[in-house]
Design a protein. Structure first.
Length: 395
């Protein structure tokens, strides 16, 4: 019988032992950045499939693009490191990997209603589980026969995951970067330096602990599926430029003083040419205002030359945040990256004191929303009156 030599962290050991613990159904991995949660769970799933024939394992996340860019990539990397990956066994169309013993790993998002309410599975792993609603968890739970594994960074103070931890058949595994002996010194320093950025970010991403309550900047966004009837003339866009950070484009429909927001673009490593190509593929109306960060005048000029109606945004931070807070925001349910920023965007803290300054992290989409809403509110509006031949004044 062939053997595998797996370089692993203690996080792998604890999760793998949980498979055979008959008292445990829910295994919840709460931890900070670089604690090896994702990589260890990939290793665990692979070993489970190799040892257990004819098993069905589902690996799930809120959106498939996020799943493809994280867990699916790591899964294939682990398989290749173990020298057991076979191209012929990887069905990229159906997002399945078939093992020789009949076990199958499937990857899908909870947006796929057919799969979330479809056939049963033996084992489930939900990546970034705090992105899911309780109803989505419940549907997956009902169709899983053996165990459910979850991983998440504790960025929320309240979530169904914390209630799940209290059940008798749940096991909580906490991990931090200190549980990962394979990290380089530079990465360790980067994580430990988070204390210089903000105490809450240090608690979440270094220590894997819940943040200090009441530091979130926005708490009033509501999800929506479909736009109500509206005046299509009152549409604007907000845009924030990045390269290592994502370039973002947010579409805002103003309806009765409420804003319906959709994430149109959220991509890194884009040049001006790339951005123009993305806008063309999105069929962005060139007549509509795009309020953008004027710190990148060269990109704005390139977009203007391409015919887009670029406007310098009003970048007042505190006043802009107040503009967003005083506007009822409906954010499309599929705007996954923006929802993640929404949960993370927080005020800086000094010990237990909350400062009047936002942390400059997880704000790329939210800055674009602020540019559009605050700038649009500040733009003078004109009204045209038809008075005919009357001598009466129109006011």
């Amino acid at each position: 019988m062939a053997t595998l030599n797996i370089r692993h962290t203690p996080v792998f050991d604890i999760n793998f032992k949980s498979i055979d613990d008959s008292k445990v159904r829910f295994v919840i991995n709460q931890g900070g950045s670089r604690s090896s949660k994702t990589y260890s769970l990939c290793q665990m799933i692979i070993v489970y499939c190799l040892l257990n024939p004819n098993k069905m394992v589902s690996i799930v996340r809120k959106s498939f693009p996020s799943l493809r860019g994280s867990v699916l990539r790591d899964f294939i990397e682990v398989m290749k490191d173990l020298e057991i990956y076979k191209v012929r066994d990887h069905n990229k169309t159906e997002n399945l990997y078939n093992f020789d013993n009949g076990s199958v790993v499937e990857f899908f998002s909870v947006d796929d209603e057919q799969k979330i309410r479809g056939r049963k599975r033996d084992l489930l792993w939900v990546n970034e589980a705090n992105e899911l609603s309780f109803e989505e968890f419940n549907q997956l739970n009902m169709r899983t026969t053996e165990k459910l594994f979850f991983d998440f960074n504790p960025s929320d103070n309240e979530h169904w995951l914390y209630d799940l931890m209290l059940r008798d058949n749940s096991k909580l595994i906490k991990s931090t970067y200190k549980d990962n002996p394979f990290l380089g010194d530079d990465l360790v320093k980067e994580i430990e330096d988070l204390i210089k950025v903000d105490e809450n970010y240090y608690k979440i991403y270094a220590l894997g602990e819940k943040p200090i309550p009441h530091t979130r900047i926005y708490t009033h966004f509501k999800p929506f599926d479909y736009l109500p009837a509206f005046d299509a003339d009152d549409i604007v866009y907000g845009m924030d430029f990045g390269f290592n950070h994502p370039t973002t484009l947010m579409k805002i429909n103003f309806i009765d003083n409420e804003a319906y927001v959709e994430e149109m673009l959220y991509k890194s490593n884009l040049t001006s040419t790339d951005i123009i190509r993305e806008l063309e593929q999105l069929n962005i109306d060139k007549r509509k205002y795009i309020y953008a960060d004027y710190a990148r005048p060269e990109i704005i000029e390139d977009l203007r030359r391409a015919g887009y109606n670029m406007k310098d945004s009003n970048k007042e931070v505190k006043a802009g945040i107040d503009s967003v807070k005083t506007t009822l925001i409906h954010l499309h349910k599929d705007s996954i990256n923006t929802w993640k920023e929404y949960r993370m965007y927080s005020w800086k803290t000094n010990r237990e004191q909350i400062l009047d300054e936002p942390i400059k992290l997880w704000d790329d989409a939210l800055d674009a929303i602020r540019y559009a809403i605050h700038s649009h509110k500040k733009t003078p509006k004109t009204r045209t009156f038809s008075v005919g031949n009357s001598n009466k004044r129109p006011w």
